[in-house]
Design a protein around this ligand. Structure first.
Ligand code: NAD
Length: 734
């Protein structure tokens, strides 16, 4: 055999070891070449009398992340091309055959007559775990880095290489569905306890354990290939089965609001497949897979959440001619809520941090936040005491600006007050070197204005984090008028070092993310003032695919902050820039009732000490009328909540605030949870087409006001049939 991606050797007992180790890659992935080589190996193992069985393992630090998603993207393009050339039916046939190749290959491995054993260390996900599921034996290392799972749902796909059929034949149906709906990554011991794998052993015994098993079980077959096989949850049409399926449907609805075709396909493939023998079950799964692969949801999610995100993480927007920064020491000024989080993620990345506040107590309090976060990790078994010591050793808390000397980058997160910020900028510039970059974490003050206080505006840039910093993946980098490319390169190198995803935007009030999400919250406020029952507003947000309703979200970010931003907008842009109904609501909430949000336990919700939060009954008094819920169009509420955000994204694009559709999309999903199934704000528009979107906006503008009026660029795109991604591609080609 002439193998490139694998090594193959056979020992004296006739046990072969296939080591997956793709050259030039840090992680193994399934590609057409890998599939071809695996096919050759299966033929060789099956036909060689001397070989009794074969261990499949990895030569890398992890087993494999699964299929190359760009390969799947390519399959979809193949379908579109064939449909154009040969018609839908012919395209579908070829597409079905192509998209089930991996499933058939794994079935061939499973039934070739010789047993296979997967020996897994590190992550083994998606198509790679489906390979392991087709092996008659699976052993994992009990290392903390080991994880198995089927996370396809996270990019709008579903496990199409046998995963839905094998997992549901190994586990209780409810557990299998849950695992696939959530795309959970499961650690070694829970994987063993749930029956997904057979054993968990120390890493150095892994391959030996698999070999011993093969020696002892040369005739092994998959359980479902035994005529006496019984399903773990019994037959679908049985009293036990009937306990499962009605609630499974309800859970599916609750978890997905029917927005994710892939989740529905999981449910159907398991339901139908469990009533059939395995080969037919696999065929049913393949039919669903071919269908899902062609959905706009899968295409948009793969594009935004995998391809674009990787491109942005790798520095798609970084000026190529600036050499990589040698970041060692970062200053953080302001050790409050945000500064403490920024210090933590920076130290976590192995960088030294000087954490400054007005006095040493405040600085130490900010550092204590890191202590708390690592201690929580230790409690969960995810970190060791030594990790905490090392991390805290990298953070120096201080009240002396002179300690910032030698910092390559300083980020300020002090009070949102231009005077305080100006004072801090001057103090920092006085001690750092001329090449140090200054980043501001302001969320509402234009960066160009703040840069006016700097002696070296070229070195001044916005580095806007989202809260809580340790959890949120997005960082918005804001270019002021005079920001130079070295500052941009340094900011992007920093974001990469702390393993977050950057988007680069131009300066404007609210930048990109807060402008869009601010509209979401405002729409919720306006609905409330129209008399829509608050529970319906919240449900509409979630049904539209947002992680939380607009009123909950406002409670999280603080109601008084929304009021403050509104007042500042009015002061600077005039009466017409704000909506009087929203102003009235916020004034009453904050000034009259002291309802500031979750932070004081009183916002749109009440937060009782015991039990879950509840909508505040007093909201009824604040609105002029109460609409009859029966007469409210839920579909329209959902549209309003998404359209207002997508339209704002379209405006930022026309204004040149966002310049790349990938950034608008990725930023919207990871920054504020914009309906992930859509692929993001601009994909939402592209997927329905600018013409349909403009019509929708005009309809909403007629009933709900000017704020829904589409912008000029969108109207032009509606006429010409252009799309954001189509235009971006043309721009790159030119
Ligand atoms: P905070 O009030 O929790 O923290 C501010 C900290 O700055 C305090 O510890 C204060 O003592 C310190 N400080 C004030 N003046 C100082 C000075 N002259 N020198 C040193 N330290 C000083 O506020 P926060 O919520 O962390 O917000 C900080 C910044 O981050 C603001 O610009 C805000 O707009 C921005 N931001 C906040 C959020 C959020 O969700 N809270 C999100 C993104 C950005």
């Amino acid at each position: 055999m002439n193998l490139t991606d694998f090594r193959f050797e056979t020992d004296a007992d006739g046990i072969a070891t296939l080591t997956w180790d793709m050259p030039g890659r840090s992680m193994n992935v399934i590609t057409p070449e890998v599939m071809a080589e695996l096919n050759e190996v299966i033929d060789h193992v099956a036909s060689s009398e001397a070989i009794k069985g074969c261990v499949v393992t990895s030569g890398k630090e992890a087993f494999s992340g699964g299929a190359d998603l760009t390969m799947l993207q390519g399959l979809r393009d193949l379908y579109v091309g064939l449909a154009r050339e040969k018609g839908e039916a012919a395209a579908m046939r070829t597409f079905f055959d192509e998209s089930r190749k991996l499933s058939l290959l794994y079935r061939k491995l499973e039934t070739c007559g010789k047993p296979f054993a997967a020996a897994i260390h590190g992550v083994c996900l998606g198509g790679a775990f489906e390979l392991a599921l087709a092996c008659q034996y699976r052993v994992v290392s009990d290392d903390a880095s080991t994880r198995v799972g089927l996370p396809e749902i996270k990019v709008g796909l579903f496990p199409g290489a046998g995963g839905t059929q094998r997992v549901s034949r190994l586990m209780q149906t409810g557990d299998a569905l849950q695992m696939m709906f959530k795309g959970e990554q499961i650690k070694a011991l829970p994987a063993r306890n749930s029956g997904l794998v057979h054993a968990a052993v120390p890493r150095d015994q892994l391959v030996q354990n698999a070999r011993e098993w093969l020696k002892a079980n040369p005739q092994a077959k998959a359980p479902w290939d035994d005529p006496k096989f019984k399903l773990p949850s019994n037959k679908v049409y049985s009293p036990a089965g009937m306990q499962i399926w009605p609630p499974a449907n309800a859970i599916y609805r609750r978890e997905t609001n029917d927005n994710y075709p892939a989740a529905r396909a999981i449910l159907s493939a398991v339901y139908e497949g469990l009533q059939l023998p395995i080969d037919l079950g696999l065929k049913v799964e393949s039919r669903y897979f071919a269908k899902i692969l062609r959905t706009k949801e899968a295409a948009s999610m793969i594009r935004s959440l995998f391809v674009s995100m990787q491109e942005l993480n790798k520095g798609a927007r970084r000026p190529a001619d600036v050499p990589a920064s040698r970041l060692k020491k970062v200053g953080v000024v302001g050790a409050g809520f945000m500064g403490a989080g920024i210090a933590y993620v920076t130290a976590q990345a192995g960088l030294d941090v000087i954490l400054i506040d007005r006095d040493i107590e405040a600085a130490e309090k900010g550092k204590a936040y890191s202590h708390k976060l690592v201690s929580d990790q230790i409690m969960k078994g995810r970190a060791k005491t030594a990790d905490r010591d090392a991390l805290l050793g990298r953070i120096i808390a201080s009240a002396d600006y002179a300690d910032l000397k030698g910092c390559d980058l300083v980020i300020e997160a002090v009070f949102e007050d231009p005077t305080v910020k100006a004072e801090v900028i001057a103090k920092v510039e006085a001690v750092v070197g001329p090449r140090a970059i200054f980043g501001s974490n302001t969320s509402t003050l234009p960066i160009t204005g703040l840069a006016g206080h700097a002696q070296r505006p070229k070195n001044f840039i916005g580095v806007h984090f989202f809260s809580p910093v340790e959890k949120m993946l997005l960082v918005e980098i804001i270019m002021a008028k005079k920001t130079g490319k070295k500052a941009l390169a340094m900011a992007l190198d920093f974001v990469r070092a702390i393993k977050k995803t950057p988007i680069v935007v131009n300066d404007t009030r609210g930048f990109y993310a807060n402008r869009c999400v601010g509209n979401y919250i405002r729409e919720g406020h306006l609905m409330l003032m129209e008399g829509v029952p608050p529970a319906m507003i919240e449900a509409a947000g979630k049904q539209a695919g947002m992680p939380v309703g607009p009123l909950s979200l406002n409670d999280e970010v603080a109601v008084d902050l929304a009021y403050k931003v509104l007042k500042a907008t009015k002061a600077q842009l005039g009466e017409n820039a704000v909506d009087p109904a929203q102003e009235k609501l916020l004034a009453e909430m904050v000034e009259k009732h002291g309802r500031l949000g979750r932070k004081n336990g009183k916002g749109f919700y009440d937060y009782p000490e015991a039990g879950p939060k509840r909508l505040w009954p007093g909201l009824a008094e604040l609105t002029k009328s109460r609409l009859d819920p029966e007469l409210i169009d839920m579909q329209e509420l959902k549209e309003r909540l998404l359209v207002t955000q997508a339209l704002e994204a379209a405006r930022t694009y026309e204004e040149g605030v966002v310049t790349d559709p990938r950034e608008a999309d990725v930023g919207s999903i990871i920054g504020f949870g914009f309906a992930p199934y859509s692929g993001g704000t601009l994909s939402y528009i592209d997927n329905m087409g600018a013409a349909v979107f403009v019509k929708l906006c005009e309809k909403l503008a007629r009933t709900h006001g000017e704020r829904f009026k589409p912008n000029r660029q969108l109207k032009r795109m509606a006429k010409t049939g252009e799309s954001y991604y189509g235009n971006a591609e043309k721009k790159t080609a030119a």
